[in-house]
Each structure stands twice: as C-alpha cells, then as structure tokens.
Design a protein. Structure first.
Length: 152
C-alpha cells in the first residue's frame, strides 16, 4: 500500500481476512499511473503460513534507508530488522521489471549496512529497491523504497 506521507510503499497487513491455510496462493498485482494507464501486471505466489503472532505488528516493522539518495556512484543501504531473518534486496525499474539482486543472505536482528554500487548499466531515473525478510517462524515482511540514480 502506498504511504503518501512517507512517499514509499509498505506492506499492508490485516487480520480481517477469511481463514487462510498453510499453502500456496496466487495474487494478481497490477500497477497504474495517476491517469489510469497500466504499467503491467504480474502474478505473485507468496507462501502463506499460519501464525498466531499478529498482535503487535509495530514490533515487527522493518526499516530500509538509502543514503545518499539520489545515488551517483554508490550508496549505503541500511536495513533494520526486528528479528534474525533471511534477507533479499532486489532492484526494479519504474515499470516493475526485475533488474538485479543486491543481497540474498541471513542477517541478524538490528541495524545492518550494505554498500551498493550497481553491477548493471543503469540510466538516469527512478528505481525501486525491495527488501524482503523471512524469519524462522514463517513471518514474511517486505518494504519498497524509491531511489534516484544520477550518472555523472
């Protein structure tokens, strides 16, 4: 869900859903601009696991910071994790096309810092970084941040 105040995407969680069972589910995700033009669609198949631990979502928030932003040659990515997690960081173009995996490894809770220099040829523009985390209890959280790349 888009947060206008923070100018970023965040994971929208609710318990107001029909009972879901552990297994695979498919979701159709569509992106539109403010004029209603479609940027494309994608079928997403996340893994759903049952958990009773949804009482305090605030304690499970993840944070993603990119400094500096706009990026010129490289940037520092800061990830805050509320629990030890397997972490994946991916970069996408404005249309949602996957471009590059930045990180895919286990990280401990707390603040983690990664220095990022693009391994692919990027043109000046807006890109998205997606942080995905999974912990041993099956809790999945994700967060998006937009980045601006300026090649000089």
């Amino acid at each position: 869900k888009w947060d206008n105040d923070q100018n970023e995407w965040y994971l929208y969680q609710t318990t107001n859903l029909p009972e879901l069972y552990t297994g695979n589910y498919s979701y159709k995700v569509s992106a539109y601009n403010s004029s209603g033009d479609s940027y494309g669609e994608r079928i997403v198949q996340p893994w759903c696991s049952q958990t009773n631990d949804v009482t305090n979502i605030k304690e499970k928030e993840i944070d993603l910071r990119i400094l500096p932003n706009p990026i010129i040659n490289s940037t520092q990515i800061e990830i805050f994790l509320p629990f030890d997690s397997f972490v994946s960081l991916d970069i996408f173009d404005y249309s949602g096309q996957f471009l590059e995996n930045i990180l895919k490894e286990f990280k401990e809770s707390g603040l983690n810092q990664i220095c990022y220099s693009p391994n692919i040829q990027l043109t000046n523009g807006v890109y998205f970084i997606k942080l995905s985390t999974w912990n041993s209890q099956g809790i999945y959280l994700s967060k998006f941040k937009n980045i601006i790349y300026e090649k000089k």
